[in-house]
Design a protein around this ligand. Structure first.
Ligand code: BGC
Length: 771
C-alpha cells in the first residue's frame, strides 16, 4: 500500500449531502473594522437588508421600464429615492439601455446617486456601483479594449495580463465605477459553451496563474483598493459554471466532487489567496442543486474551507430563478430564505424590491437569523470601506488623464499581437510579401464587432460599430500593408445582425471566386459574430455551412488561401483545413485585432501565441489535453476500424513562429523529491532560425501510477521568453510536492509516492517522490 501525504489547505468533506442550513463559523473570520461596526450597531433591519440589495440602472432612470430607459439616459430622482431612501438599496449595476456612456455621463449619474445615498439617508452610506469591465471598460465610450480573456490566455504572458487589468481598473475608475465583475475563472473546457471565450481556457494551471495576475492588475499588489486607480475584482462564477451537460448556458451540470476540486476550484482558490475582494455565484445547477441554494458550496466550501471573507453576490436574478426556473423554492420568499441561508450576501435582484420586503419578513419570522444578516452586511460595508467610498464616493474623470491614451492603447495592441496564434504555415506561405495583390473575403474581414465579441460597448457587442469606427478592421489593416489598390474585398458571406447571429444571408460565393482571378493570395476571415450567455447557445459546433462552402470554393481557385479565424470558441474546420495553406487563430482580439492580424500576415510581427485549449477535430470528440490514458486507444492494425484514438485538430499549447526553437539539456538537480523539498528543472532553448521570436516554454509532468488513474500529462509551469537569432537561454522551474498533487477518491488533495516524468518540448526526465 502506498502511503499518502496530505497537502494544501483542504480539509475536505462531502459537498453534496443534504443541504439544510447548519451552524457556520464563517462569520467569525470576517474582519471587524471599527467604523463599519459602529454603523452596523446603529442600523435598522430594513437598512441592513437594503445594503444586501442591488438593482439595475434601468430601474431608476427616466422612462424606466425593465430593459429600457429614455435617451439620453438620466436618473429619475423619484425612482432613485424610492430605491435608495425608501428601500435603502446599497448597490446599482449595469448601464442604461445596454449602451456605453461617456466618462462625463458616468460621473453625473454616480455623483447624483451618491449625493442621495450620503445626504438623504439616515446612515449616509455610499452605494457601490458595479459593471462587467471584462476586456476593458465595457460600458465606457473611448475606453481601451484588450483581447477577450481567451485571447489573453493565448499570450501566455503574465505581465501583459496584469497590465490589462491595471489599465481596465484605471479606466473603470475614470468612469467613476469602483467594482468590476471580472475575472472569469470558470474553466473553458467545453467549446460548445457560449462563454468559453470569457475564460482563460481549459487548463487549471494556466487559468490559475493568469487569474491571479488579473486580480492583482485590478486590485494592486497589496490589494489596497482605496487607491482610486484600482477596483474591487469579482471572481466569477463560483463554482463549476462552464461545463453543463448540454453545453448550453445555465443548464444542468453533473460534476462529482473529485472533479470539482481537481479542475474547477483551484483558480478560485488561487485568486482568493491573491486577495480578491468579491465573488459572484454560478447561475446554473450542479448535480441538481442550484448553486445559489447550496450551503455546502457557498458557506462550507467558499467561506469556511477557503476562508473567503469578502462579499458574495448573486448573478442576475438568480434568487428569483430558484423559484421561477429551478423550482427548488415554492415561493419567491422561500427562494430568498434559501439563498441567504446558503451564504449569499447581496442579491443582484435586479428589477424590483420584493427581495427587501421578503427578507425583512423572514428575519422577523425567525427564518433567517440576525447573525446571518449582520455577517452579510458587514461584508458589503467592509468592501465599501476598503474601496474608500466613504471618503471618496465618486472619482472624477478629469483626474484620469491616461484614459484611452496612446500609452494604454499600445499595451492593448501588444496584447492583441501576442495573442495571435499561427496554427498552420504550409510551405512557409506566411508571411505574405507586401507587394502581393490579395482578395480579402469572409464575414469577419470588415467587422469591428466580430473582433471584439460580447461585453463591448453593450452586452452582446452589437453596438460596436457605433463606438469603434476609428479602429482598423482586418480589411483596413491589410490595405495599409499592401496599398488600397492591391486589395479586393468580397465578403462572400455576411452575418445577419441581431440575435440570430449565426445565420448568414445574401452571400455571393461566385462573386468572391471571380474576384480571386487577379490576385496572388486570398485572406479569408471566418468565424462567429458577437454573442454572450444564452444568445450564444449553439446546436452545432461545426462552422456554418456557407462559410465552409466559401472556403472550399476559394480553395478550388488554386490561389493560396490563408484562413483567419475570428471566433470565441473553436468552431470545427476539419473539412476545409487541409485546403488552407495558412491558418491563424485571432480569437476575439479587441479593437487592435485588425492591426495585429495584418502584422502577423505580413511579417511585421512574429507570432508567438499558443492555444489555451485543445482545438477539436470532431464534434463527438471534445476531449481536453489533460485526459486519462484510455482516451488513447488507436485502431488495431488490419482489424476493426474504430474511432477511439485521441483525434484533434491542434493540441493545447500549440502555436507556430516564423523562426524555430531547439530545446536541449533538460536537467533536474535531483532525482528524488521529498516532502517540503523541491526539484529544480532547467532546459536550454535556442532560436535556431533567422529572426527574433518569442517562445512559451511549457513544463508538463506525468504521474506514472496513482490511486486515481492519472491524467496523461498536466501543465505545471510556463515561461515566455524572447530570443534573437542564434541566441540561447536557460529556463528554470521549481517543482514542489504540491505541484504534482491531485484529488484522490476521498476528495482529498494528496501527493503519492512514485515516479513522475517531466516533459519540456520533446525532452523527458524522471524523478521519484518519496516520503
Ligand atoms: C452574467 C454575469 C454578469 C451579470 C451582470 C449576468 O447575466 O452571467 O457574468 O456579471 O450578468 O451583468
Amino acid at each position: 500500500m502506498k502511503k499518502v501525504i496530505l497537502v494544501g489547505m483542504f480539509a475536505t468533506g462531502i459537498l453534496f449531502g443534504c443541504s439544510s442550513p447548519k451552524k457556520s463559523d464563517a462569520a467569525s473570520m470576517v474582519e471587524r473594522i471599527p467604523e463599519v461596526e459602529k454603523l452596523l450597531s446603529q442600523m435598522t433591519l430594513e437598512e441592513k437588508v437594503g445594503q444586501m440589495a442591488q438593482v439595475t440602472l434601468d430601474v431608476i432612470t427616466v422612462g424606466a421600464n425593465a430593459f429600457v430607459s429614455d435617451e439620453p439616459a438620466r436618473l429619475d430622482m423619484e425612482l432613485v429615492r424610492k430605491a435608495i431612501v425608501e428601500y435603502h438599496v446599497g448597490s446599482i449595476l449595469n448601464t442604461a439601455n445596454n449602451r456605453a456612456r461617456t466618462p462625463e455621463t458616468w460621473h453625473t449619474i454616480i455623483s447624483q446617486l451618491q449625493d442621495v445615498a450620503m445626504n438623504e439617508t439616515r446612515m449616509g452610506i455610499p452605494i457601490i456601483y458595479g459593471v462587467d469591465a471584462i476586456h476593458g471598460t465595457t460600458y465606457t465610450a473611448g475606453a481601451t479594449f484588450f483581447p477577450q480573456q481567451i485571447g489573453q490566455a493565448a499570450t501566455w504572458n503574465r505581465e501583459l495580463v496584469r497590465r490589462g487589468g491595471e489599465i481596465t481598473a484605471y479606466e473603470t475608475r475614470a468612469s467613476s465605477i469602483p467594482w468590476n465583475f471580472s475575472p472569469v475563472l470558470d474553466m473553458g473546457r467545453d467549446p460548445r459553451f457560449p462563454r468559453m471565450w470569457e475564460t482563460f481556457g481549459e487548463d487549471v494551471y494556466l487559468a490559475s496563474a493568469l487569474g491571479v495576475e488579473l486580480v492583482k492588475g485590478y486590485e494592486g499588489d497589496d490589494n489596497d483598493i482605496s487607491d482610486p486607480t484600482r477596483v474591487a475584482s469579482c471572481l466569477k462564477h463560483f463554482l463549476g459554471y462552464g461545463t453543463p451537460v448540454s453545453g448550453k448556458d445555465r443548464t444542468p451540470a453533473l460534476i462529482p466532487e473529485i472533479e470539482l476540486r481537481e479542475r474547477h476550484l483551484p483558480p478560485f482558490e488561487a485568486a482568493i489567496k491573491a486577495g480578491a475582494h468579491t465573488i459572484m455565484i454560478n447561475s446554473g445547477l450542479i448535480n441538481g442543486v442550484p448553486v445559489h441554494a447550496s450551503f455546502e458550496l457557498l458557506t462550507k466550501l467558499l467561506k469556511e474551507e477557503l476562508g473567503f471573507t469578502g462579499l458574495v453576490v448573486t448573478d442576475w436574478a438568480d434568487i428569483e430563478n430558484l423559484h421561477n426556473r429551478d423550482r427548488v423554492a415554492s415561493t419567491q420568499k422561500e427562494a430568498v430564505k434559501m439563498a441567504i441561508n446558503a451564504g449569499i450576501d447581496m442579491s443582484m435582484i435586479p428589477y424590483n424590491f420584493d427581495f427587501c420586503d421578503y427578507l425583512v419578513e423572514l428575519v422577523n419570522e425567525g427564518e433567517v437569523s440576525m447573525a446571518r444578516i449582520d455577517d452579510a452586511v458587514r461584508r458589503v460595508l467592509n468592501t465599501k470601506y476598503k474601496l474608500g467610498l466613504f471618503e471618496r464616493p465618486v472619482t472624477h474623470y478629469e483626474d484620469y488623464p491616461l484614459f484611452g491614451s496612446e500609452e494604454f492603447e499600445a499595451d492593448a495592441y501588444r496584447t492583441a499581437q501576442e495573442s495571435i496564434t499561427l496554427l498552420k504555415n504550409e510551405g512557409n506561405v506566411l508571411p505574405l510579401p507586401k507587394t502581393a495583390r490579395v482578395l480579402l473575403a469572409g464575414p469577419n474581414a470588415n467587422s469591428m464587432r466580430t473582433l471584439n465579441g460580447g461585453w463591448t460597448y453593450s452586452w452582446q457587442g452589437e453596438k460596436v460599430h457605433e463606438f469603434a469606427d476609428g479602429y482598423s478592421t482586418i480589411l483596413d489593416a491589410v490595405k495599409a500593408k499592401v496599398g488600397e489598390r492591391n486589395v479586393i474585398f468580397r465578403e462572400g458571406v455576411r452575418y445577419v445582425d441581431g440575435a440570430s447571429y449565426w445565420v448568414d444571408e445574401a452571400y455571393d460565393i461566385a462573386g468572391a471566386v471571380r474576384a480571386a482571378a487577379g490576385v496572388d493570395y486570398i485572406i479569408l476571415a471566418l468565424g462567429e459574430n458577437s454573442y454572450t450567455e444564452k444568445p450564444g447557445d449553439l446546436h452545432d459546433l461545426i462552422l456554418s455551412d456557407n462559410q465552409l462552402e466559401l472556403a472550399s470554393a476559394l480553395a478550388k481557385t488554386g490561389k493560396p488561401v490563408v484562413l483567419v479565424l475570428n471566433q470565441g470558441r473553436p468552431r470545427l474546420i476539419r473539412t476545409i483545413e487541409p485546403l488552407m495553406k495558412g491558418v491563424i487563430n485571432a480569437y476575439l482580439p479587441g479593437n487592435f485585432g485588425g492591426l495585429a492580424v495584418a502584422d502577423v500576415i505580413f511579417g511585421d510581427f512574429n507570432p508567438g501565441g499558443k492555444l489555451p485549449f485543445t482545438y477539436p477535430l470532431y464534434a463527438n470528440s471534445l476531449v481536453t489535453y489533460d485526459h486519462k490514458p484510455s482516451e488513447h486507444q488507436a485502431k488495431m492494425a488490419g482489424m476493426y476500424d474504430y474511432e477511439s484514438d485521441f483525434a484533434i485538430q491542434y493540441p493545447f499549447g500549440f502555436g507556430l513562429s516564423y523562426t524555430t526553437f531547439e530545446y536541449s539539456d533538460l536537467q533536474l538537480n535531483a532525482t528524488t523529491l521529498r516532502p517540503n523539498g523541491t526539484v529544480e528543472v532547467s532546459v536550454k532553448v535556442k532560436n535556431s532560425g533567422d529572426r527574433e521570436g518569442m517562445e512559451v516554454v511549457q513544463l508538463y509532468t506525468s504521474d506514472l501510477f496513482a490511486s486515481i488513474t492519472p491524467d496523461v500529462k498536466r501543465l505545471r509551469g510556463f515561461d515566455k521568453i524572447s530570443l534573437k537569432p542564434g541566441e540561447e537561454k536557460t529556463v528554470r522551474f521549481t517543482l514542489t510536492p504540491e505541484d504534482v498533487s491531485f484529488i484522490n477518491a476521498e476528495n482529498k488533495r494528496v501527493t503519492e509516492p512514485g515516479d513522475f516524468d517531466v516533459m519540456i518540448g520533446e525532452l523527458t526526465a524522471r524523478f521519484t517522490y518519496v516520503k
